[in-house]
Design a protein around this ligand. Structure first.
Ligand SMILES: [Zn+2]
Length: 76
């Protein structure tokens, strides 16, 4: 699991199961286990107002550099 934090205020936004290496472009909804984000329609934001990404049908499409993350990645 990885912890995804706001790049602006460092608040914890998501706990997420990231599979495989490479950049984090999307958060698949089915792999999110904890969600502390704020929604404005399809916009996903941190409580501080930082724009995180757009919620689409199956995932949240992250804005580049909106978040940081740490933790262990599931190898697949
Ligand atoms: Zn924030």
């Amino acid at each position: 699991m990885i912890t995804v934090k706001c790049a602006n205020c460092r608040k914890k936004l998501f706990r997420y199961e990231k599979v495989g290496k490479g950049r984090l472009w999307h958060l698949w909804k089915e792999r999110i286990t904890e969600d502390n984000s704020v929604r404005e329609g399809s916009e996903v934001r941190c409580a501080c107002g930082n724009f995180i990404g757009i919620e689409e049908a199956k995932w949240i499409k992250l804005k580049t550099h909106s978040v940081t993350y740490s933790g262990s990645i599931t190898k697949n």
